[in-house]
Design a protein. Sequence first.
Length: 315
Amino acid sequence: MRLRALAVAAMAVAMTGSLATAAHAAPSTSELTKKIEAASNQLEDITENYNKMNISLKKTIADEKKLAASLAPAQAALKEASARVGTLASTTYKQGRIGPMTALLTGGQDDLVDKISYLDQITRANQRDIDSYTEATENFSSRQAALKATQAKQTAQVNALAARKTQIQKDIKKLMAMRTEAYGQAQETTSKYTGPIPTIAGSAGKAVTFAYNQLGEAYEFGADGPSTWDCSGLTSGAWAAAGKSLPHNTEAQWGVVAHISRSQLQPGDLVFYRSLGHVALYVGGGQIIDAPHTGTVVKKRDMDIMTPYGYGRVK
């Protein structure tokens, strides 16, 4: 009996040790929440970089269209200049090697001044045709080269954007798995906001009202509506409703707003975070509305969720 009791006690100690080890290995819900928060912030930074690349791609596409459109006039100018130079070359060939001096020595001296003036005009006209041809050729060639370079840049941007999107989608799957482990579901859900919306005058009021009406809608990377948003997509959407255009990128938005102090904040202003990795719309009373990160929804919350980077007013 004594040996059996000892064996049972030893087994109990062993099991207790195993459970303690297992408990130590498995992260607590709070630890997992911190990991999710950190991963979410990193993913949002990548998402804003993706948005920046997308803006650059759109500009390249616009540049390509302008260059392509400018080729036709440049080609027409080159054709016209080529025709004039061709006529000049043909005339010179037909007249042989008769130069200005021969023309001067032919005939009397009475009209010598007129002959010199006339030859000078011909020389100037010929030189203008040659210069025009040279300029048209260089213009057309430079535009062709610029178009090829722009097309190559566009191809590189498209490939980079596709690669970044693929990586973000992989990261989102990992993050969703973490959220499911921590909360039992990947995507946070909430009902649509039906509470009061503050009355604010002017375009800022329209932006704030728009933001209130998006409360509860899901975060989605790269989204700017109409029912899913990322952080800069929400702020650009809010101000679009007020008739103002903001780029869909936090860093680009920082570049176009008037920078203000915290004490100057008014509803409709933008609050920037994490070295321009996140942006929110200030709605008054120390509160913001923002699209936090993957797995969450548009929320109204305290402005000091993290240390603000800076504040901006839409011009």
